[in-house]
Design a protein around this ligand. Structure first.
Ligand SMILES: C[S@@+](CC[C@H](N)C(=O)[O-])C[C@H]1O[C@@H](n2cnc3c(N)ncnc32)[C@H](O)[C@@H]1O
Length: 215
């Protein structure tokens, strides 16, 4: 369990976890073993990772509490008594597709999302689809820094500004959060400079440059 998955675990609230894209199944095993949930579903779109999860679950003697499911996103998962859904370690666009394709997520599910890339696209799609980000923090894993969001289906009571899309609700309260903001600013700068070099839309490039100067 790295800092990323630990940050996801901290944002789970209920008794039944569904981990989408579980890979080795580390998160559901950790959650059960630490009494953070009573039952879990470990889901993956690919049989290889799912087999690793099944092996890990067996090794930890947790087969009676964790069910492995082969599923593209949540397509083959029934809501049942699931309270928390974690989608971590995938790109922001893919996470957005998985969320918007599943209607039962609108029924009071606590969603924990951790995009590896394109958090701005995820924030935009969530906003447009009527999901609110309740809180967001940053975590460092290896050489990289990521955001982790707690999300629920509720009309967002905030503005979908460019600043929000690129920096989210990460406020720079911790070293990780400061690093996240600086990392996002550097990415915006690089994108803007690339646009200016390529002779593309200077208005957009200048907007990104202005945003990058916030941190
Ligand atoms: C990089 S791993 C992340 C594992 C773990 N969630 C984590 O954050 O450490 C991504 C996993 O997501 C799975 N995956 C990719 N697309 C998926 C989809 N559409 N539905 C379910 N799982 C998917 C992959 O097979 C892989 O096991």
């Amino acid at each position: 369990m790295d800092a990323r998955l630990l940050a996801c675990a901290r944002l789970c609230k209920g008794d039944v976890l569904c981990d989408v894209g579980t890979d080795h199944g580390y998160l559901p095993c950790y959650m059960i073993e630490n009494g953070l949930c009573k039952k879990a579903f470990a889901c993956d779109v690919a049989q290889g990772p799912l087999n690793s999860a099944i092996a890990h679950i067996k090794e930890r003697c947790l087969s009676d509490k964790i069910t492995a499911v082969l599923s593209d996103g949540l397509d083959s998962v029934e809501k049942g008594d699931i309270t928390d859904v974690v989608i971590a370690g995938m790109g922001g666009e893919l996470i957005a597709q998985i969320v918007t394709r599943c209607d039962w997520l609108k029924e009071g599910i606590n969603l924990v999302l951790q995009p590896m890339t394109k958090p701005d696209i995820l924030r935009k799609k969530l906003y447009e689809s009527g999901y609110s980000v309740l809180c967001e923090s940053a975590c460092v894993s290896g050489r990289f820094v990521y955001s982790v969001m707690q999300v629920t289906f509720a009309e967002p009571g905030y503005e979908c500004s460019d600043e929000y899309l690129h920096y989210g609700f990460v406020k720079g309260r911790t070293d990780e959060e400061k690093r996240y903001l600086q990392d996002r600013a550097a990415k915006l700068r690089t994108a803007a400079q690339g646009m200016l070099r390529g002779g593309a839309d200077t208005q957009t490039a200048n907007k990104l440059l202005a945003l990058s100067r916030l941190y």
